[in-house]
Design a protein around this ligand. Structure first.
Ligand code: ASP
Ligand code: MG
Length: 305
């Protein structure tokens, strides 16, 4: 029989959920103040994020059309931002990860990310916004959740802007394939990995016109070994480039029909990112495992209710 997830420690779960409440309230208020409009999440669609790593399929047929459960709202963000200018969503994502990810401490096959997109923004703009959000939310949790942090014996330091930026190639050269984990364990403040090679990411991250083969994207990594916090970047918006990139990935355009049709009408440039809420709460609580932050964790490969 498959292993069933044990009921969680009720006190630590309650603390985590209070911190989760602070995070959501802070991000909502902060983004609204910056002129961002909240849009409702998309739960299923004919096009979703293909992701750059294998997950099990969640597609189904409905009245003769093929749909997928949302892996990320990337395409919806890029389209909605064309006429809404600055948007965010608390977006539930289902990524049926393989069971080898059960022990990483940071993978849930169902999670929520706060997904942000801004029209005509650059990567630098989005890095600055994400830094403000991380600095702000850590300060807010320190202020609003003193009791919870004390009970969890968690000391948090508010990081300073600008965060360190490390080029992917430099990190790889110095630390090898495991650079992300090694750097995360070594660093004492959140940091960026930037300029990710084209083959490592999906077609929607924009190739740097001044640095062929590298993307204008960024990953935010937590310190103390907590690993990845966020991915994002500038978007490929010109239809010829989008089609070229889909081809480069060996993908068929059918899978993205709705998005490609919309993009064929012409898109304005945009940039954005997504921050995983459960990963952030796990980091703030200092928990060894991500399943400790939610009452119904979906752990890859394990029977989940
Ligand atoms: N689509 C990315 C992800 O879900 C986030 C982003 O680029 O905005 O990982
Ligand atoms: Mg990522």
């Amino acid at each position: 029989m498959k292993e069933v997830i044990e009921p969680l420690n009720r006190d630590t779960l309650r603390y985590a959920l209070r911190i989760n409440g602070t995070v959501r309230a802070y991000f909502s208020a902060f983004l609204r103040e910056q002129g961002y409009l909240e849009i409702p999440p998309v739960i299923y669609s004919t096009a979703t994020d293909p992701l750059n790593h294998p997950v099990f399929d969640t597609s189904f047929e409905y009245y003769g059309e093929k749909y997928s459960i949302t892996k990320s709202m990337i395409f919806h963000k890029q389209i909605a931002v064309q006429y809404l200018n600055k948007i965010f969503a608390f977006s539930p994502n289902v990524r049926l990860e393989t069971s080898d990810r059960a022990s990483t401490g940071r993978h849930l096959s169902e999670f929520t990310q706060i997904d942000i997109e801004c029209l005509k923004a650059s990567r630098d703009d989005m890095i600055s916004l994400a830094e403000d959000m991380i600095v702000g939310v850590i300060a807010e949790v320190k202020e609003k959740n003193k009791t919870e942090l004390n009970s969890l014996k968690r000391t948090l330091n508010v990081p300073k802007k600008p965060f360190v930026r490390i080029r992917y190639e430099d990190a790889f050269r110095e630390y090898g394939k495991q650079f992300e984990d090694l750097l995360s364990a070594k660093m004492t403040a959140p940091f960026w990995i930037i300029d990710i090679p084209i083959k490592e990411r999906e077609f929607y991250d924009r190739e740097d016109p001044n640095n062929e083969g590298f993307l204008l994207d960024m990953d935010l990594i937590y310190p103390e070994g907590f690993g990845e916090a966020s991915s994002g970047g500038e978007r490929e918006f010109e239809i010829e480039k989008i089609l070229k990139r889909v081809k480069l990935k060996g993908q068929s355009t059918d899978q993205f029909k709705w998005f490609i049709e919309a993009a064929s009408g012409g898109l304005l440039p945009s940039a954005g990112f997504g921050i995983g809420i459960e990963r952030l709460v796990r980091y703030l609580c200092g928990f060894p495992r991500i399943d400790m932050v939610t009452p119904f964790p979906k752990i890859p490969g394990k029977l989940s209710i």
